[in-house]
Design a protein around this ligand. Structure first.
Ligand SMILES: Cc1cc2nc3c(=O)[nH]c(=O)nc-3n(C[C@H](O)[C@H](O)[C@H](O)COP(=O)(O)OP(=O)(O)OC[C@H]3O[C@@H](n4cnc5c(N)ncnc54)[C@H](O)[C@@H]3O)c2cc1C
Length: 526
């Protein structure tokens, strides 16, 4: 049976939940999410949210820092839009009850921290677990809201497009959604549909992202006919905890912002040899420097040392990191922290405008899934949560003014020609293979030859996964793998088009930065 709503939102991170709350005062919302409401990259954010809050800071300086990090590729209009709306976004979160860390005697009443690439202290935070505090505040209100229906353990599978239903140009009419627990596909129709599925980190072997970050929204939008841009710009976080018992635990940028230094195993500090800003250089420079030192010396990791700070101060400012490391036998008040770079953030995504509209009527995209133009070739730390909240508001405004009709009855998901999968191992094998070669061939430093190798393997995998998908019933893992391979393909295609090194994209074959500055925009074949 088709269920019909005013708005269908796929994804329950900071972007999806902010939007749901803003819409639900006026419209009925279906919020679909793969696992639980809280399970998202947003919950894992440690550092905080960048915004101009202090009287000594300015909009122009935040814009300047963002443009500088973006290496010429930020859209200035979008950057101004986000930065100018920053203060309001933070006020909205405070009003919602997010418990940001306070500091008496400051002009704001809040403690603001500083991160790499920022010329001011402008990161508002809730100790070192900002995302968790924010998600809690959002989730509490979403769960309690009578006009939001939450579908947990439901994974968006594909968008339902009008041209496939009745040949019209009405755009997006909703989505097919796989109910993971009941093992069947439901149809959700909506006047407007929003993709807020987060990032793509799981396309790489090492990532700071949660398991849900499999590029689903980008893949769904691409299959539906949306343009996708700048997928070559993957931010590798320089400092992910390196420990055999831990999959992805990030050591926030703020540790370097507060004086943490990077050392080789023999204690030598190396960042000053790579950049005059040393540990406060932007992430891409720090990640490449660590990659360089590790490859040159055959190291498994390097060390981030903040043990020179007072122990009480460290426990107060970095309670989560302190506790997690201590569980593993690392006392950050005394010991340096072993770290490696890992895939962290996708600057590219589905092309959207200032109202979060995609190329297709009735389809919006917000948060990390979207390419708004804010991040350019490199994201400035803590600008992404800000982008989530600002564009959630922009999308809400546009959707509430939309006059789209309710869709006609939608066709059911057709399972008549498929059977139960015979060999699940095909999925896990292909998943591992994809993530390994993306790490080896499409990682921090790229070459044309490596990209070609990756492309060749992606073609083989695409064929195999397509055959599997056409013949067998869908499952959560198959849906994710199908999306991961599309995402990997888009990353490689964008990387091959960029014949220069800029921001996060570094190619040995094209080390120069060109004068001409252009985003990489891919258009699907219709
Ligand atoms: C460890 C870590 C630390 C970070 N620290 C900061 C920071 O300090 N400051 C900052 O600004 N940014 C930070 N970032 C980046 C920031 O957290 C993300 O960019 C941001 O949270 C993205 O929000 P989102 O709502 O777009 O996606 P997410 O928060 O990832 O949410 C995506 C949601 O979509 C769901 N989903 C995905 N696919 C489907 C599907 N097919 N069907 C249904 N549901 C689906 C997921 O389950 C999830 O609920 C950090 C990221 C990480 C990983």
């Amino acid at each position: 049976m088709t269920q019909t709503y005013d708005v269908l939102i796929i994804g329950s991170g900071a972007a999806g939940q902010s939007l749901a709350l803003r819409l639900a005062e006026h419209q009925r919302v279906a919020l679909v999410t793969k696992r639980t409401l809280e399970d998202s990259a947003s919950s894992w954010a440690q550092g905080g949210i960048a915004a101009v809050l202090d009287a000594t800071d300015s909009i122009e300086e935040h814009i300047h820092d963002t443009l500088l990090a973006g290496a010429g590729l930020c859209d200035e209009r979008v950057t101004r839009f986000v930065v100018e709306n920053g203060h309001r976004a933070i006020e909205w979160l405070i009003h919602l009850g997010v418990p940001f860390t306070r500091e008496a005697g400051t002009s704001t009443g809040y403690h603001l921290t500083r991160e790499g690439g920022h010329s001011h202290r402008r990161i508002i935070h809730a100790a070192d677990a900002t995302g968790a505090a924010m998600q809690r505040a959002l989730t509490d209100q979403v769960r309690a809201h009578p006009r939001i229906d939450v579908f947990e353990r439901h994974i968006g599978l594909d968008l339902v497009m009008a041209d496939k239903v009745d040949g019209s140009a009405e755009g997006c009419l909703g989505a097919y959604v796989f109910d993971i627990e009941r093992d069947h596909v439901v149809t959700i129709a909506a006047r407007n549909t929003v993709l807020a599925t987060g990032g793509t980190g799981k396309v790489y072997l090492y990532t700071t992202n949660p398991d849900v970050a499999t590029g689903d929204g980008v893949a769904m939008a691409w299959r539906a006919g949306c343009r996708v841009a700048n997928m070559e710009f993957i931010q590798f976080h320089p400092t992910c905890l390196y420990h055999p018992q831990v999959k992805s635990f990030l050591i926030t940028e703020a540790v370097r912002g507060e004086g943490g230094v990077l050392r080789l195993p023999d204690g030598t500090r190396f960042m000053p040899d790579h950049d005059e800003r040393a540990e406060l250089a932007p992430r891409d420079i720090v990640a490449r420097a660590i990659d360089f030192e590790m490859k040159k010396r055959g190291l498994d990791c390097v060390y981030l040392d903040i043990s020179h700070k007072p122990a009480d101060w460290l426990r107060e400012h970095f309670p989560t990191i302190h506790a997690r490391c201590l569980e593993l036998g690392i006392d950050i008040t005394k010991d340096p922290i072993p770290v490696v770079p890992a895939a962290h953030y996708s600057c590219g995504g589905v092309v959207t405008d200032l109202s979060a509209r995609t190329d297709l009527p009735g389809l919006y995209c917000i948060g990390e899934t979207a390419y708004t133009g804010l991040h350019g070739a490199n994201r400035l730390a803590s600008n992404s949560l800000l982008e989530c909240v600002v564009f959630a508001e922009a999308a809400a405004h546009d959707i509430l003014n939309s006059e789209r009709e309710f869709p006609p009855p939608l066709p059911k998901w057709d399972e008549s020609r498929v059977t139960d999968a015979d060999e699940e191992v095909v999925i896990s094998h292909n998943w591992d293979e994809l993530r390994r070669f993306m790490w080896d061939y499409v990682g921090i430093v790229r070459t044309t030859k490596r990209l070609q190798r990756a492309q060749h393997r992606i073609r083989l995998l695409t064929r195999e996964i397509h055959d599997y998908y056409s013949n067998f019933r869908v499952s959560n893992d198959l849906i994710e793998l199908r999306n991961l391979v599309v995402t990997a393909d888009l990353i490689v295609r964008c990387a091959m088009r960029r014949r220069e090194s800029r921001g996060l994209h570094y190619s040995h074959d094209y080390p120069e930065t060109l004068q001409r500055v252009r985003p990489t925009i891919l258009k699907p074949r219709r």
